[in-house]
Design a protein around this ligand. Structure first.
Ligand code: ADP
Ligand code: LRH
Length: 478
């Protein structure tokens, strides 16, 4: 009922967090309970090094965070989990087989080649409506098949579903995240049996789907005791972080675009129907599944990954980790740069893998006879200009493909705090930018739970939820 104690588990690349939420008087109040790192681990493997999820450490942090949340709130009424798309674990009789790969592992290009032997890009797009990204689950699984792992496994669980399984013992596939695998039919909304057959992936690996708002199950007795909240339900939310973020984009009309800005920038529109034209495929747009059956028609433009990975490179060898003050100083210095800086293609695949980002940007420029940025502030300015340019181009493409005009651009997520980037986006698009909320993903996660447990009207529409977002979080206009 009202005042329900809700816990959101949001596992981003920048950090994992557990956030407590409650809806009171038409507002969502949130309290950060725990923040922990979510850095991949590198493990020696035949043929090199694999980039993996530190999944058991992460699960421990989730349990610890939930324990603190339950203690502070005096119990929990619901838990919801989200994380990034595409990654998964394989299991056999409920036991995880191996350590899940991180999508930035460089093996995936070979998975694309293997799938291409069976299906064209156009066939994949018309089945799933999904953009091509080398790391889509459909390509990662080709490598599992080649390694013999699909014969051993009897279950595939996407990461939030894996954590949900460990908490409740219930194995399901949440629908918004399932839509990022490349294996879900874009029209049917169910696993595409014909596609699976042609790929040689066993249909039985894939669990039954569950929609955001449905109850996954309740904590197992053992977990409930450890967390100190026996019997707490786990509610399916938009477990794809971007799906939850889009729930909390405070759009007031349909003539709005959004940028979910964090490690990635997800740039696009909310639609009722997918756009499956050849033009959409060629522009590499995606039709991902949203909460309440909406379509997230968008494109992955790189994001603040370019900046955070540059900062990591500069800090290597020096002491301390990425501090907020360093970021603020760098952004101020970048804004003060007066020399023209190059605009590079932020979406180029060469920037996906971890490593020396400034060197890769310099190389990208040199290879094209463009003078690279010289100083750190110039590198940062070049990143911001390149992102803003990509946003402008992507929004114009989205408008043309969907036949709709966006007068306003909402920027949500951690990147909405990046004032220079918001300003450049407004300049390069000529549209009003509305920045905030920062914690859109957690808000979308919590609001779907609130509706599911009756803390707000169970019949509330996404528009009603966005009304709560507007009442709960300040925004900044550019
Ligand atoms: P993810 O979920 O992908 O980890 P977040 O939504 O948490 O992403 O956003 C993280 C990003 O937000 C960081 O990479 C950083 O660039 C940006 N960010 C965080 N705090 C600030 C700040 N105070 N000013 C500007 N940018 C910020
Ligand atoms: C953002 C995100 C994005 C995916 C990528 C793998 O965190 O979920 O929507 O494409 O990570």
């Amino acid at each position: 009922g009202p005042g329900a104690r809700l816990a959101a588990v949001d596992l981003g690349a920048t950090s994992g967090r557990v956030i407590l939420g409650a809806v009171e008087g038409g507002r969502l109040r949130m309290r950060h309970i725990a923040r922990f790192s979510n850095d991949p681990v590198r493990l020696t493997e035949d043929g090199g090094v694999g980039l993996h999820w530190n999944i058991t450490a992460l699960y421990q942090s989730v349990e610890d965070g939930l324990c603190t949340a339950a203690a502070e709130a005096g119990g929990l009424d619901s838990i919801g989990i989200d994380s990034w798309a595409v990654d998964y674990a394989l299991l056999r009789t409920g036991r995880m087989l191996g350590v899940p790969y991180h999508y930035r592992d460089e093996r995936t290009a070979r998975g694309v080649e293997l799938v291409r032997e069976r299906l064209t890009a156009a066939e994949l797009f018309s089945a799933s409506g999904l953009q091509h990204l080398d790391f889509n689950t459909v390509f990662q699984l080709a490598l599992e098949a080649e390694g013999g792992w699909l014969e051993l496994a009897d279950r595939l669980l996407l990461i939030p579903d894996l954590l949900g399984y460990w908490l409740t013992g219930q194995a399901r596939a949440e629908a918004t995240n399932a839509s990022t695998t490349g294996l879900l039919g874009v029209r049917s909304g169910t696993w595409d049996a014909a596609l699976l057959e042609r790929l040689g992936y066993p249909r039985a690996l894939l669990p039954d789907l569950i929609a955001p708002g449905e109850r996954l199950g309740t904590l197992t007795t053992a977990v409930g005791e450890r967390i100190g909240a026996p019997g707490t339900p786990v509610t399916a939310v938009g477990s794809h972080d971007t799906a939850s973020a889009v729930v909390a984009v405070p759009m007031e009309s349909r003539s709005a675009a959004y940028i979910s800005s964090g490690t990635w920038s997800l740039v696009g529109l909310e639609l009722d129907e997918p756009v499956l034209s050849t033009a959409a495929q060629e522009a590499n747009f995606t039709n991902e599944g949203g909460v309440d059956g909406r379509v997230r028609f968008l494109k992955n433009v790189s994001g603040l990954w370019l900046l955070s990975e540059s900062m990591r490179t500069w800090e290597r060898g020096s002491s301390g980790s990425e501090r907020a003050s360093d970021l603020a100083e760098l952004l101020a210095a970048a804004e003060a740069v007066e020399r023209p800086v190059p605009v590079f293609d932020a979406g180029d695949e060469v920037f996906v893998a971890p490593g020396d980002m400034p060197a890769r940007i310099a190389q990208w420029c040199s290879q094209r006879g463009i003078e690279p940025p010289r100083t750190r502030p110039e590198v940062v300015r070049s990143i911001l200009e390149s992102l803003a340019a990509a946003y402008a181009q992507t929004i114009e493409q989205a408008e043309a493909l969907a036949g709709r005009r966006a007068d306003v651009i909402h920027i949500v997520g951690g990147g909405s705090q990046n004032a220079p980037l918001c300003r450049l986006t407004a300049q390069r698009t000529g549209r009003t930018v509305i920045a905030g909320p920062v914690e859109a993903t957690a808000m979308g996660n919590l609001l779907v739970q609130a509706r599911a447990v009756g803390a707000i009207d169970p019949a509330a529409s996404l528009e009603d939820l966005r009304e709560i977002v507007r009442a709960s979080a300040p925004v900044q206009r550019y």
